[in-house]
Design a protein around this ligand. Structure first.
Ligand SMILES: Cc1cc2nc3c(=O)[nH]c(=O)nc-3n(C[C@H](O)[C@H](O)[C@H](O)COP(=O)(O)O)c2cc1C
Length: 303
C-alpha cells in the first residue's frame, strides 16, 4: 500500500490533506463532517478577538477558473468559538486541529492563540494576510517589523507549533525566512490572490468590498511558484495551498516542496468528499510511478 501519511511537528496527517481556513469550518459539526469525508486535518475559520460581521454583499463571485471572495473575516470572536474547538477535539481526537487566528497587533494575536490552544488546537496558524492597524489596507505580512514581532511574541508564549500563512507576493521567500527566524515552525503558501470583478451592465465593481481574494484552479501556478521558492529558502516544512483540486495538483505541490496540502475551493468543485477523491487519485498516480512513500518525493522538482 502506498504510504501517504505525513508526520509534522509530532502530529500525524493521514492523509496529508488539510481543510483550508474559511471553508465549512465555523462549527465543530461541519469540520467533523469533512474529517469523516477524508481530510487528515482541519484549519478553523480565522478567528479574531471580537465578533465581526464581515463585508457587505455580494461577498462571493464565481469566475471561470475559481472564486473571488471578500468575506471580510466574519467570525464569532474567540470567546464563543472556543466551544467549537473543544467539541471538535472531543469528537476527533486523532486528527490535528489547526486554529487560524487574526488580529492587527501582537498582543491580540497572543491573547487569541492562548485561548485556542487552551481549548484543544494542536497547532496555531497565523493569518498574516489581514490588514494591520496602521497599514491603511496593507497586510501584516507587508510590514517586516510587525510580522516579526507577532511571530516572536506568539512563539515565546505558546508551546504548540506555529504556522505562518503568507499571502502571495514576489518576495514570499524573504517573508518565509523572516517567519522562520522569528519563531515559525512551518509556512503555509498561499492565501488568496488580490483581485476584482466588474459588471459591464452596472459599470461597477461586483463585490460589496470592491476588491477581494481569488482562489481555486486559476491560482495554482502562483501557489506552486511560491512553494517552490519558499522550499529553497527555509528549513522548516512548507504547506502548500492554492487551487489544489485533483490528486495531480497535490503531487505537483509535493514535488515543488510541500510536505502537506491545504484544500479549500476544491470542495465547491469536487464536493465535501474532495479529500477522499484527491487521496485516491494521489494513490493511483503514485502506484503508476511505483513510488511507495509520498514523503520521499517532497521537493524533487528541485533536482
Ligand atoms: C470563501 C473563502 C473564505 C476564506 N477565508 C479565509 C480565512 O478566514 N482565513 C484564511 O487564512 N484564509 C481564508 N481563505 C483562503 C483559503 O484558506 C486559501 O488560502 C485560498 O482559498 C487558496 O486555496 P484554494 O484555492 O484551495 O481555495 C478563504 C478562502 C475562501 C474561498
Amino acid at each position: 500500500m502506498t504510504r501517504l501519511k505525513t508526520e509534522l511537528f509530532d502530529l500525524d496527517f493521514d492523509p496529508p490533506l488539510i481543510l483550508a481556513s474559511g471553508i465549512l469550518d465555523q462549527t465543530a459539526g461541519s469540520m467533523e463532517n469533512l474529517i469523516e469525508k477524508g481530510m487528515g486535518g482541519v484549519v478553523t475559520k480565522s478567528i479574531g478577538k471580537e465578533p465581526r460581521g464581515g463585508h457587505p454583499n455580494p461577498t462571493v463571485v464565481e469566475l471561470e477558473t475559481g472564486l473571488l471572495n471578500a468575506m471580510g473575516l466574519p467570525n464569532p470572536g474567540i470567546e464563543d468559538f472556543t466551544e467549537e474547538v473543544s467539541e471538535l477535539k472531543d469528537r476527533s481526537e486523532n486528527v490535528p486541529i489547526i486554529g487560524s487566528i487574526f488580529a492587527s497587533n501582537a498582543e491580540d494575536f497572543v491573547y487569541i492563540a492562548e485561548k485556542m490552544v487552551k481549548n484543544g488546537a494542536d497547532v496555531i496558524e497565523l493569518n498574516l494576510s489581514c490588514p494591520h492597524a496602521e497599514g491603511y489596507g496593507a497586510s501584516i505580512a507587508s510590514d517586516d517589523r510587525v510580522m516579526g514581532e507577532i511571530l516572536e511574541e506568539v512563539s515565546d508564549t505558546i508551546h504548540e507549533p506555529i504556522l505562518a500563512k503568507l499571502p502571495p507576493s514576489t518576495e514570499i521567500d524573504e517573508k518565509a525566512v523572516l517567519a522562520e527566524n522569528s519563531g515559525a515552525d512551518g509556512v503555509v503558501c498561499i492565501n488568496t490572490v488580490k483581485g476584482m470583478a466588474i459588471n459591464l451592465e452596472t459599470q461597477m465593481p461586483i463585490l460589496g468590498n470592491e476588491v477581494g481574494g481569488y482562489s481555486g484552479p486559476g491560482v495554482k501556478p502562483i501557489g506552486l511558484r511560491c512553494v517552490y521558492e519558499v522550499y529553497k529558502a527555509v528549513d522548516i516544512p512548507v504547506i502548500g495551498c492554492g487551487g489544489i483540486t485533483t490528486g495531480r495538483d497535490a503531487l505537483e505541490y509535493v514535488l515543488a516542496g510541500a510536505s502537506a496540502l491545504q484544500i479549500g475551493t476544491a470542495i465547491k468543485y469536487r464536493g465535501k468528499d474532495a479529500g477522499e477523491k484527491i487521496t485516491e487519485e494521489m494513490r493511483t498516480l503514485l502506484n503508476e510511478e511505483e513510488i511507495s512513500d509520498l514523503n520521499t518525493i517532497v521537493g524533487d522538482a528541485h533536482g
